[in-house]
Design a protein around this ligand. Structure first.
Ligand code: ADP
Ligand code: ZN
Ligand code: ZN
Length: 759
């Protein structure tokens, strides 16, 4: 086919050129030749194979044009056309272009980021067949008790019966159990289940709910009414509802309205919030299979779910997609609403590669699709609150807990002059005891895993520095290792002090500070007859372990839950009445101006775990700064007052949301290289004809808060302006110049628009 482009004299025939986005870190599109036959099959959004240097790449056609800036004989023809219909419809293409421009990221990489892995590799855009297990008629009628002592088989049978759908994919089953296959085979032999192959489970309906929906309370109804009248046009809402106020019920009510109009819904959640329980809750309520997208699914499952929302067939199309941040790029057939739960959560911002905020992209998407968007949170980000103040968003409030639950009392425990037992004050221990005696659960929160954040020699003052970072190695007592939480370096615990050679066994080498492992040990000693469950990254490394532990926490015979933020967010533990926060002080005086905002959000999220059912809860916060005004605001559950104080601070210091930031980072093994690169970059700053450039301040280069990580020296330069568009305009002209700097090759550098963390 390629030969037909050229006649016998080697002159090219009048064909056309197409512009293709290729997955390379280059800020441009590439022109290729297409024969008339090819052209007839091409449209924007179709994947093609194209030659690129010596490689063949999978690119996406962006437009078909008459002219190219390049001489035709220099252009190469397209090798192959992969799709019959576009992978991205026009609206998604426009969104991806916007993302590329706004986040200053190469367009081809943005496109490729938005594709599921299999499509990135050039595989066909059609569903992959999946193995599906479902109950047979006999299985539906069989009581699991009749299976006697075959526990696993009983569990599976019960699970299939109570799951929202009797059909389950292998991945859904994998999420429930590590090994279920043997037991499933036995059930199959007994004729209780059968295995089929299907490309889509979205056609099968979900069993109707047994339980009636809640009657929404007045605040919930009002929120629903407000959002409901925006269906069919663009409007942004902030749904600020205290923990347990029933935001999820509001979401589901609106979703039903949108589905009834024949439109689809996208629900974005933070990574930690996307649990099988949440998906089940939606499926039961909405009577439909929910498509899911998150990073730990396998490639086949991701592709199937991705395709299911754009399925042309009304009967097999998924109506609702719940996903983590990259789901925001999924093309829909007929999107009618976007919901973002926990909109303040940091995991909605990608921190490497394409550094986008899924929340902000979603706002843009809702705007251009002319549909409503709802940002929900108990503790909205200052950015979002500011937008609500500016009346860009409609502010809806849920101030009451739903049902009969009431808010817990929060007390600050002054621990300045107290002797703490591995981080626990006498008062906290006494309250834990009291709550346990009443048969309730206690939840303790400490945002640091490991045994202790540093090991110290009492003889000479040696500290366990990471050799590659400006950080300490954390002591992991149980694993008998010192580990760096920043670069992954690890070593055994030394027997002798590496500096003065004192014998470590003489207890001269001592752990300093607190980690969850250490608190767990203390709790085991203090409460020998109680069951303690620790949930942090170390205790949940294996697949399914987190879900298992959360399940145990909810239903099992656990007295004390202990953990990091994994435990703090979004979960509903019906029996928890006491929450203890071991230290609130980390976030109060940090180098990062956002630290106090995050501390407040986290404290209220953790506090929100207490007393979510009938019994009133109690929250104890240990601090050395009980007079701190921010903590006093939190003590009164006054997130608005807390934010008011932060707004004053930010305005005085001219920080976001009053200004906008772009951060340029550079790192290298040689300390001078990043400084030289950033200085050279600063010197190339273009003069922009209008007033825009005057509006922009550039700070730095200065060392990053962690000035060395994994052996590399890290520097950054901060660009700040009170006008977002001026900053955008500057970057647009400036980046091409930075990319030409000769010393760029000596560093790794990146650009972060609206950075969320300085690190
Ligand atoms: P949020 O998402 O705001 O944390 P949820 O929607 O998860 O809150 O609701 C918290 C609890 O209250 C859930 O157990 C939910 O079933 C219950 N709930 C929500 N709305 C109502 C209501 N109107 N009446 C009774 N219970 C409700
Ligand atoms: Zn020493
Ligand atoms: Zn390190």
């Amino acid at each position: 086919m390629q030969d037909s482009l050229f006649n016998s004299t080697g002159q090219s025939e009048p064909g056309q050129t197409v512009q293709v986005a290729v997955p390379k870190p280059l800020r441009q599109l590439f022109d290729y030749l297409a024969s008339p036959q090819q052209l007839a099959r091409l449209q924007p959004g179709i994947r093609v194979k194209v030659p690129f240097g010596r490689q063949q790449l999978v690119g996406i056609v962006v437009c078909c044009t008459q002219d190219s800036h390049y001489a035709r004989h220099k252009l190469k023809p397209i090798s192959d056309i992969i799709d019959d219909t576009p992978c991205f419809a026009a609206d998604t293409l426009a969104l991806l272009h916007w993302v590329s421009r706004y986040y200053q990221h190469p367009v081809g990489e943005v496109f490729s980021h938005a594709l599921p892995a299999l499509l990135r590799q050039g595989k066909p855009a059609s569903p992959v067949t999946e193995n599906i297990w479902q109950l047979s008629e006999l299985g539906q009628q069989t009581d699991s008790v009749t299976l006697g002592r075959a526990i696993k088989q009983r569990q599976i049978l019960d699970y299939l019966k109570q799951a929202p759908s009797t059909a389950q994919t292998v991945d859904q089953l994998n999420r429930q159990w590590d090994n279920w296959r043997d037991a499933m085979r036995r059930l199959e032999e007994k004729g209780l289940v059968r295995q089929t192959q299907q490309t889509s489970i979205f056609a099968s309906t979900v069993k109707p709910v047994a339980k009636a929906l809640h009657n929404l309370n007045l605040e919930q109804q009002q929120a629903v009414e407000h959002i409901r009248q925006a269906i069919g046009k663009h409007q942004a809402f902030l749904l600020e509802g205290i923990t347990g106020s029933g935001k999820t019920e509001v979401y589901m009510q609106i979703i039903i309205d949108v589905l009834e109009r024949g439109q689809q819904v996208l629900v974005l959640v933070p990574e930690i919030g996307l649990t099988p329980q949440l998906v089940e809750r939606f499926e039961r309520h909405l009577h439909t299979h929910v498509a899911v997208l998150h990073s730990s699914m396998n490639d086949n499952e991701r592709l199937n779910n991705w395709l299911a929302v754009q399925d042309k067939n009304n009967d097999t199309r998924a109506q609702v997609l719940i996903g983590t941040r990259s789901a925001v790029f999924t093309p829909f057939k007929n999107l009618g609403l976007i919901l973002i739960d926990e909109e303040h959560d940091l995991s909605l911002k990608q921190q490497d590669g394409l550094r986008y905020s899924a929340r902000d992209v979603a706002i843009m998407r809702a705007h251009s699709a002319n549909i409503p968007i709802v940002l929900g949170s108990a503790t909205p980000s200052l950015e979002t609150l500011y937008n609500a103040q500016q009346q860009r968003y409609t502010h809806l409030l849920l101030k009451q807990r739903a049902g009969n639950a009431i808010l817990p009392d929060i007390h600050l425990l002054d621990v300045r002059s107290q002797k703490l037992e591995h981080g626990l004050s006498a008062q906290l221990i006494q309250r834990i005891r009291a709550h346990l005696q009443q048969g309730n659960q206690a939840l303790l929160f400490l945002n640091r895993r490991g045994f202790a954040p540093v090991l110290m020699c009492y003889e000479c003052g040696w500290l366990s520095h990471c050799p590659r970072c400006d950080a300490y190695l954390t002591l992991h007592q149980r694993a008998r290792r010192l580990r760096c939480h920043h670069c992954g370096s690890e070593t055994h615990i030394p027997h002798h002090c590496p500096d003065c050679q004192t014998d470590g066994k003489q207890t001269e080498l001592n752990p300093v500070g607190l980690g969850t492992e250490r608190v767990e040990e203390a709790l085991i000693n203090l409460f020998p007859d109680k069951t303690i469950l620790r949930i942090d990254r170390d205790s949940t490394r294996k697949k399914g372990e987190l879900e298992n532990k959360l399940q145990q926490a909810k239903e099992g015979n656990i007295d004390i839950l202990l953990g990091t933020q994994m435990l703090a967010k979004g979960h509903h533990f019906p029996r928890v009445t006491l929450v203890g926060i071991l230290s609130a002080d980390q976030g109060l005086y940090s180098a990062d101006f956002r630290a106090s905002e995050r501390m407040g959000q986290l404290i209220l999220q953790v506090a929100g775990r207490a007393g979510r059912e009938q019994q009133k809860g109690e929250v104890l916060i240990q601090t050395c700064h009980p007079e701190n005004p921010l903590l006093l605001d939190l003590q009164h559950h006054s997130y608005p007052d807390f934010c008011k104080d932060l707004f004053i601070e930010r305005e005085q210091a001219q920080l976001p949301p009053y200004t906008y930031h772009v951060l340029i980072r550079a790192e290298a093994l040689d300390e001078n290289a990043p400084i030289e690169f950033l200085t050279a970059a600063k010197n190339t700053r273009p003069v922009i004809a209008n007033k825009a450039a005057d509006n922009i301040e550039i700070f730095g280069p200065f060392p990053a808060p962690m000035a060395r990580r994994a052996g590399r020296y890290r520097y950054q330069m901060l660009c700040q302006s009170s006008h977002r568009s001026d900053l955008q305009q500057l970057m647009h002209h400036w980046l091409p110049l930075i990319e030409k700097l000769p010393n760029r090759k000596k560093v790794r550098w990146s650009i972060d628009v609206d950075p969320q963390e300085m690190f």
